[in-house]
Write a new protein. Structure first.
Length: 399
């Protein structure tokens, strides 16, 4: 295991690149809870607070491909820092509006604008990994490590928000989110491996990203995977409440992430002989098998075991998705391609969370987990038609 990760971290500048990307992405894990609690405290309405969080998520997903196209055209340093600064300004205005008890509609609009300006650090990093690691096998390990880092964001972000709210206030948490976004983004673009412009070479033709059949074939399975994850995300707290332990909600979600981190580290340490497309289908089927026991879980101890099990395949599935996109996307459109994948995942998560929540009433505590299994299995069925991506120019393999 250590040898494969050493091949990634021994590249000069790669630890700093990954660390700065972790800081730059930390607001992803902070935003939902911080915005929810601040709007709830201002409007005394969970409906308005939920609408604000949804506006932030959907606007960030909708605008990420546009930002990705701008990054591919003008470069990382010209797009990411202005986006981060713009988001910080809007978030400060949002906090001031909350202090002035502005109408809920105005708060939702401001939050939606802030989400639209969220710098797409994660897709930019995944596109950059193509440049940093030309060897496809080393790059696949880097994608696995990136998936683990992403899970750390979802664990550390809410914990940091909770600490700041307990010590100061929800407004302070949102202001901290704005500050971390700016600092993390600047550190990311100033890291040695990211200092290159990242712009499309003048002789490279401008191509429509979605004209790539390999990329298009990925979007439906990615979105369905998001639906499955959204179902689990709303199902685990429901399971804890059903078992009579509200505090166990956070525990089950945290253990779900721990399972993902464990699976990601294991996946990235192995030498795989199966093709990427075949591996992706296999992982989706295994994900269904790992999630299915949650349908029968009715107690906190059962939830602990089953949430760990359900998390094992998350990071490996993401790693495989990134590798498939990285090998298929054409030069000059890498960042936009990864933002389309991220947008599909976020949209799927939102749909899965909404449907999963609605299904609990008529279907009981098992319904969100059944939804997750159904959506993930459908993703596996659609992925059967996926072809092994052709290697793009500049991508190498190792024997």
């Amino acid at each position: 295991m250590v040898a494969k990760y050493r091949s990634v971290l021994s590249v000069p500048g790669s630890p700093r690149l990954l660390a700065s990307a972790l800081l730059g992405r930390l607001p992803q894990g902070m935003s939902s809870l911080a915005i929810l609690l601040l709007v709830r405290g201002t409007t005394h309405s969970y409906a308005v607070a939920g609408l604000a969080v949804g506006a932030y998520a959907f606007s960030s997903a909708a605008c990420a491909p546009l930002q990705g196209r701008l990054i591919d055209r003008f470069g990382r340093t010209r797009v990411l820092p202005p986006s981060a600064l713009g988001q910080a300004v809007v978030l400060v205005a949002f906090v001031l509006s909350c202090s002035a008890h502005a109408p809920g509609a105005a708060l939702v609009v401001l939050v939606g604008l802030a989400g639209a300006m969220m710098p797409p650090i994660a897709p930019t990093l995944r596109a950059l990994l193509r440049e940093v690691f030309p060897d496809a096998r080393v790059r696949d390990t880097a994608y696995a490590l990136d998936s683990v880092v992403q899970e750390l964001v979802w664990v550390a972000g809410p914990l940091l928000v909770a600490l700041v709210i307990a010590a100061v206030s929800p407004a302070a948490a949102v202001l901290l989110l704005a500050g971390v976004c700016v600092v993390g983004t600047v550190l990311f673009v100033r890291s040695p491996l990211a200092r290159g412009s990242g712009t499309r070479a003048a002789h490279e033709p401008r191509t429509a990203v979605l004209a790539n059949p390999e990329l298009r074939s990925m979007l439906a399975p990615v979105a369905l995977t998001g639906v499955g994850l959204g179902g689990i995300e709303v199902g685990l707290p429901s399971l804890a409440l059903h078992a009579g332990s509200r505090p166990a909600s956070g525990l089950l979600l945290a253990l779900w992430s721990v399972g993902s981190i464990t699976g990601g580290l294991w996946y990235g340490s192995r030498v795989w002989h199966a093709s990427l497309a075949k591996r992706y289908r296999m992982l989706l089927v295994v994900a269904v098998a790992c999630t299915a026991p949650l349908i029968l879980a009715r107690s906190v101890p059962a939830g602990i075991v089953c949430s760990l099990l359900a998390g094992l395949t998350i990071a490996p599935v993401f790693s495989c998705q990134y590798a498939l996109v990285g090998r298929a996307v054409r030069p000059g459109a890498e960042t936009e391609a990864f933002t389309w994948v991220s947008a599909s995942l976020v949209a799927g998560l939102a749909v899965g969370t909404a449907i999963g929540g609605v299904s609990i009433g008529p279907g009981g505590v098992s319904a969100p987990f059944a939804l997750s299994c159904l959506a993930t299995m459908l993703a596996a069925v659609i992925a059967v038609r996926m072809r092994e991506p052709r290697l793009s120019a500049g991508v190498q393999t190792s024997a």
